[in-house]
Design a protein around this ligand. Structure first.
Ligand code: DAH
Length: 364
């Protein structure tokens, strides 16, 4: 015989499995504030079972009461059954409470102290867009056989001007007005590196050098007192203007795309003779949009100055212009970055506005 009816057992098992299901649901979903609500509900259900079965006036004490009128043998047998049922209930509740504690601990550390690091990846550092463009250019010119050399920003007038055939009173100096100090100047272009490098290394040579330059310019959307340039030059026997065109054409095709065309127009630089300015066909509208914001509808974008190194410069460096010739070119990194990544204002590069920097964090 049995003192606990099947109905009662079924009722208990139904209630406890309902609690287990709820627990499983909580464990399987992401922890958030709704979890706290579910746990409250869970605890209410457990309290209900406890008061129904285990409290002073609950079912278990009632059953034990019922034993008092029975014979010792029946007491022992049925008492054992009641105890087993009581143990089952207590163990179930204990296990469930442990699981609840675990979830509560997780919630506490997630919400109170917030040890989560989920926002950290987006805070990961990345390269500045100028560094990215420099790296891109170095890659392309390295493929074309150019060595990369670092330069100096604090210069003297000889290396920045005179050696490059810009004498003291020459009007061309106005184009490169700069910051003067007692003992030197800030370089106005990377062309000083032609002199610095060729004082140390003799031709044949093929080098690029990248770095900061300074000018006494007022700030506006396209001018800054500080910017970056890339200078490139090659000197050997029999280098001619066609080598310059070929080299720059290959650079443009690699960097702006294989369909890009180049166009040279005569220009003037004291350190090159002849000199030219090179434009590329608009890689943005493919010369097809009168309202293109990149080429302003002209179809062409001017990107660099270049020419054959002036024999006067070679002589200044004790390089025999009858034996050696060379070409040189110089381009503005900011200008290239503004064109390629459609950045409208040069000031954005150094305003240190983090949201601007983040725009390019995906490229590197
Ligand atoms: N240094 C020139 C500038 O800052 C750019 C330049 C033009 C560099 C022609 C060159 C060159 O090497 O050949 O405006």
């Amino acid at each position: 015989m049995s003192i606990i009816s099947q109905d009662l057992k079924d009722k208990y098992h139904f209630n406890i499995s309902e609690i287990r299901n709820l627990l499983q649901t909580i464990e399987s979903q992401k922890l958030d504030f709704s979890t706290t609500e579910l746990i409250k509900e869970l605890k209410r259900k457990i309290e209900k079972i406890k008061s129904e079965f285990l409290s002073k006036k609950g079912i278990i004490p009632q059953l034990i009461n019922e034993l008092s009128n029975l014979s010792p043998d029946q007491k022992r047998e049925l008492g054992k059954e009641i105890n087993q049922f009581k143990n089952e209930i207590e163990n179930d509740i204990k296990t469930i409470n442990k699981q609840i504690e675990k979830i509560e601990r997780k919630i506490k550390y997630q919400f109170d102290i917030d040890l989560s690091i989920t926002y950290l990846p987006s805070q990961k550092g990345s390269f500045h867009i100028i560094s990215i463009v420099q790296e891109e250019l170095i890659n392309v010119f390295s493929e074309l056989g150019f060595f990369v050399m670092d330069g100096v920003e604090i210069e003297d007038e000889y290396h920045n001007f005179e050696a490059l055939n810009i004498p003291q009173d020459h009007p061309a100096r106005d184009m490169w007005d700069t910051f003067y100090f007692k003992d030197g100047i800030l370089r106005t272009h990377t062309s000083n590196m032609q002199i610095r490098i060729l004082e140390k290394y003799k031709p044949p040579i093929k080098v690029i050098s990248i770095g900061k330059c300074y000018r006494r310019d007022n700030l506006d959307a396209t001018h800054s007192f500080q910017f970056h340039q890339l200078e490139g030059f090659a000197i050997d026997e029999d280098i001619n203007f066609l080598d310059l065109i070929r080299t720059l054409y290959r650079f443009v095709n690699k960097y702006f795309g294989p369909e890009t065309k180049v166009n040279f127009i005569p220009s003037y630089f004291p350190f090159t003779e002849p000199s030219a300015e090179m434009s590329i066909s608009c890689f943005y509208c493919q010369q097809n949009d009168e309202n293109c914001s990149v080429c302003k509808g002209t179809g062409w974008i001017e990107i660099l100055g270049c020419g054959m190194i002036n024999p006067i410069v070679l002589k200044n460096l004790d390089i025999d212009p009858d034996k050696y010739s060379g070409f040189a070119f110089g381009l503005g990194i900011e200008r290239i970055a503004m064109l390629k990544y459609k950045i409208p204002d040069i000031r954005m590069f150094f305003e240190n506005y983090i949201e601007f920097n983040k725009l390019f964090s995906e490229i590197n």
